[in-house]
Ligand binder design. Structure first.
Ligand SMILES: Cc1ncc(COP(=O)(O)O)c(C=O)c1O
Length: 399
């Protein structure tokens, strides 16, 4: 008989997931179940399997998705997690599970470009009325609420300028009118913040990013703490076929076990790099919540444990000189351009060539996005190496 003990979250995460009941083999790592179906015995067994929500057909349930879902539920402090084919699959399936034509939906005006497109091209067409509000202005969110408001939607940290949303206050506003608060935790991860513990009803993570962490799998998750909401999303996931594939779920389950090590280092490196860039004469502006110059630094201190536990994402503005920006990119040894984020290697992205290419000039100005703005997804390299590389590359702006 083992003595009962309490372990830290990082330790417990390694032991969260499915157990292989009834299996005589005892694999140390959870195997992949590449099977489209599970066999059953007679009709009594068939009935029992369906009644107990056992494993039947891959689109409905699969052990790799379940194992990963349990680990994410543990990290997000939810009761149920569903695994999807992508972050976008998770977002759109949840919208169609919980919203109906005539409902009203309020979204933060600063959200991921394709979520914005999905709201405009799919949700509005389906008859949901949408308002975009700057969630930095809570009275404006309150003023946008209508009797038919059913969902409030935000990211914790926005792309690419790292603006923050006050999750606890937004949850109070949503619940004051019977609406649900849905939060995208992709940029922050459950290591930095646990939106459900702050009152959010639904948390989405693009697992393609930090949670998998190795830039080699596409997947998404939805975590909730209400069985009725879970059942609704489960049904629509089954009908739309947006369930995650077992192989990707297995990859992400492997990745999540090192998330604590990776993400803590990424967040620490980001805070270090943000400070160095902020003090650099060639840099016009840096966006990272750890900096005192960040307009919501006080909110950042309320939301996160400390400056090194906020996000691994930052952006910085160089002079608007295309030739020098290209030379700067050519000189970098480590950070390189890649249209993703959250991987173990530091990557760059240029918002005007990617997420914000369709945004009108006057809107870009309001958002603080210029040609010289570069987004950095900070990796797990040695922090001093990363800083030395950025500093030598910035020499192109000397003179
Ligand atoms: C904040 C955020 N949410 C959702 C998504 C969509 O995730 P996926 O690419 O896994 O569909 C992304 C993708 O970049 C993202 O940055």
């Amino acid at each position: 008989m083992k003595k009962e003990m309490n372990f830290s979250e990082a330790t417990q995460l390694l032991y969260e997931g499915e157990t292989l009941n009834g299996c005589s083999l005892k694999p140390e790592s959870f195997p992949i179940f590449l099977t489209t179906a599970f066999t059953m015995g007679n009709l009594e067994d068939v009935q029992n399997t369906y009644d107990e929500k056992g494993y039947t057909y891959v689109r409905t349930r699969n052990p790799n998705r379940n194992a990963l879902g349990k680990a994410i539920s543990f990290m997000e402090r939810g009761t149920h997690t569903l695994i999807f084919s992508s972050g976008m699959g998770a977002i759109t399936t949840t919208y169609f599970s919980l919203l109906e034509p005539g409902d009203h939906f309020i979204a933060n005006s600063n959200i991921y470009g394709e979520t914005f497109d999905a709201i405009n091209l799919l949700l509005q067409k389906y008859g949901v009325k949408v308002d975009y509000v700057d969630f930095g202005d809570l009275p404006a969110v309150q003023a946008a609420i209508r009797p038919e408001t059913k969902m409030i939607y935000t990211e914790v940290v926005s792309n690419p300028t790292d603006r923050l949303a006050d999750i606890g206050e937004l949850a109070k506003l949503a619940h004051s009118c019977g609406a649900l608060l849905m939060v995208d935790n992709t940029f922050t991860t459950p290591i930095a913040i646990k939106p459900i513990a702050l009152g959010a009803d639904i948390v989405i993570n693009s697992l393609t990013k930090y949670i998998n962490g190795h830039s080699d799998a596409l997947a998404g998750s939805i975590t909730v703490n209400d069985e009725e909401i879970y059942n609704k999303i489960h049904t629509i996931r089954m009908l739309t076929g947006t369930s995650g594939c077992p192989f990707s779920a297995w990859m992400v389950y492997r990745g999540i076990h090192t998330m604590d090590l990776r993400v803590r280092k990424q967040m620490k490196n980001a805070a270090l790099l943000a400070k160095v860039l902020n003090d650099h004469p060639a840099v016009l502006h840096v966006n990272h919540p750890s900096l005192e110059s960040h307009p919501q630094h006080v909110l950042a201190e309320k939301l996160f444990k400390d400056n090194e536990s906020m996000t691994g994402m930052l952006s910085f503005e160089m002079p608007n000189d295309a030739k020098k920006i290209n030379q700067f990119m050519d000189r970098l040894h480590l950070a390189h351009y890649a249209p993703t984020l959250g991987g173990i290697r530091t990557t760059l992205s240029h918002p005007l060539h990617s997420s914000h290419h369709h945004v009108p000039q006057e809107e870009l100005k309001k958002m603080g996005i210029s040609y010289g703005l570069m987004r950095i997804s900070v990796g797990i390299e040695d922090g001093e190496d990363l800083i030395a590389d950025f500093v030598q590359a910035l020499e192109v702006f000397n003179g």
